[in-house]
Ligand binder design. Structure first.
Ligand SMILES: CC(C)=CCNc1ncnc2c1ncn2[C@@H]1O[C@H](COP(=O)(O)O)[C@@H](O)[C@H]1O
Length: 182
């Protein structure tokens, strides 16, 4: 089983309350399994929920946040037990540190920032720059249209279907973590 998982997810809550609960439950689930949450150290939205879940479960949080976000007070307020926050100079430094530290990556529902982080680690996987698994936590089928789009892109000859199939897609945490650990 992996011991450190990077989670990408919305800095907003979104409209569907089920997604907030799902993010919190993933956090609790990571804490229960002794898996460290590696994330962007945000305190708002689903980022805040997943980290709160880990903290409430007595687990470990490793947050990486660029200085400009700290200055705008976008980071999680510090002081909770089990939370380590690293301040870096740029978004690039943040992603590099998160990618180094994590043994696998999982995207929960989110927006542009979530997609940007997901696509970077997935692209780098296809380029064989790392061999770490990448997954989509597919709460309520949130990611189905993305998977469909990627298969259309493969149909059009711009990538291989096997690269889409390499993504771990699911909504059961045990199952997803088990497949991310292979
Ligand atoms: C108003 C307010 C408190 C905004 C906070 N904003 C943010 N705080 C922390 N990380 C962020 C923020 N916006 C984007 N990110 C990064 O991009 C992802 C979320 O972006 P988005 O909400 O999906 O597009 C996160 O995984 C995080 O690493």
């Amino acid at each position: 089983m992996i011991s450190r998982l990077a989670v990408f997810l919305g800095s907003r809550d979104g409209k569907d309350p089920a997604l907030r609960d799902a993010a919190y439950d993933v956090g609790r689930g990571l804490a229960e399994r002794g898996i460290e949450l590696v994330y962007g150290a945000g305190g708002a939205g689903l980022m805040g929920r997943v980290s709160q879940g880990v903290i409430d479960g007595g687990g470990r949080v490793y947050g990486v946040i660029p200085r400009f976000m700290v200055e705008r007070e976008w980071g999680r307020v510090e002081g909770d037990a089990g939370v380590q926050t690293v301040v870096v100079e740029s978004m690039h430094d943040r992603k590099a540190l998160m990618a180094d530290r994590a043994e696998a990556f999982l995207a929960l529902p989110g927006g542009l920032g979530t997609l940007e982080e997901l696509f970077e680690v997935w692209t780098w996987q296809t380029l064989l720059l790392h061999g770490k698994p990448v997954g989509l936590f597919n709460v309520g089928g949130f990611w189905d249209p993305l998977v469909e789009l990627m298969h259309r892109i493969a149909d059009a000859g711009f990538m291989d279907h096997e690269k889409v199939d390499a993504l771990v897609v699911g909504d059961d945490l045990d199952d997803v973590l088990e497949r991310l650990s292979r």
